[in-house]
Design a protein around this ligand. Structure first.
Ligand code: SAM
Length: 247
């Protein structure tokens, strides 16, 4: 396993305990594009399909989900039989050149062995005038996560895994994408319940697999104490949408 890879077949069993689709985020993405029933859309790294499903319900376009993990796709398939799902890594997309009108990728870029190769592949499968939206977190947004408070080492690990926004934009521009730009999006604050603690206990967040046992145990102890003390824990970081188009 490379430093960036996580066993998502294992994570798929607990992923949906704390990760849900974000209708507002999907709505915001849709503001940036114009899709019709003839449009073909690809969700790269669709995971358990939470956002894929919201997307398919919010637009008349046809959407395909793609993920490297069979376990994640199995969960997605349990939710819908209407959206085709394909198992593949992002750096060799099993589609013809100039197939899609729109490609999006939410919370995936930090897992890719080479963001550059995946972005080049996406460029290849996009049609002329097609768009790409990469949803990720900037380094500033990583620092703002609640998990960074309890597991500060996880913020450092993630800042190494996540290419920062200027790096993504640089790759896009080098790949001959045009109209490269980004926009920040703030999550609606959510009060975290016991499921958050359970997910942390199961190391359901990928970055918790990347910190030392001591750092994990210390953070877990502090988190349990915060819950036991009745502290209200609010999850309110944000995403950045990095947009680009093909001429
Ligand atoms: C944090 S999850 C995000 C899932 C989904 N996009 C969402 O927003 O809920 C990351 C996903 O990326 C997938 N993934 C990791 N490496 C990949 C790769 N090289 N190619 C395609 N998918 C990959 C994982 O299997 C996992 O489902």
């Amino acid at each position: 396993m490379s430093n960036k890879s996580i066993d998502y077949d294992r994570v798929s069993k607990v992923y949906d305990n704390v990760r849900v689709g974000d209708p507002e985020m999907v709505y915001q993405i849709l503001q940036g594009i114009n899709l019709t029933r003839k449009s073909l859309v690809l969700d790269v790294g669709c995971g358990t399909g939470n956002n894929t499903l919201l997307f398919s319900e919010a637009t008349p376009a046809r959407i395909i989900g793609l993920d490297i993990s069979f376990g994640m796709l199995e969960k997605a398939h349990e939710k819908t039989k209407r959206v085709p799902m394909v198992q593949s890594p992002a750096d060799v997309l099993p589609f013809s050149t100039e197939t899609f009108h729109f490609v999006f990728m939410t919370e995936v870029i930090h897992h890719l062995p080479s963001p550059q190769i995946a972005i080049e592949e996406i460029f290849r499968v996009l049609r002329s005038e097609g768009s790409l939206c990469i949803v990720t977190q900037s380094h500033k947004q990583i620092d703002g996560r609640i998990t960074s408070r309890f597991f500060p080492a996880s913020a450092n690990v993630d800042k190494e895994r996540y290419p920062d926004i200027d790096v993504i934009e640089e790759i896009m521009s080098r790949t001959e994408f045009i109209k490269v730009s980004h926009k920040e999006y703030q999550f609606k604050p959510i009060t975290l319940g016991e499921e958050y603690l359970q997910t942390v206990e199961n190391r359901g967040y990928s970055m918790l697999h990347k910190i030392s046992r001591e750092a994990y145990e210390q953070g877990l102890q502090d988190l349990r104490a915060a819950f036991a003390g009745g502290e209200e824990l609010i999850y309110s970081a944000g995403y950045t949408f990095v947009w680009a188009s093909k001429e």
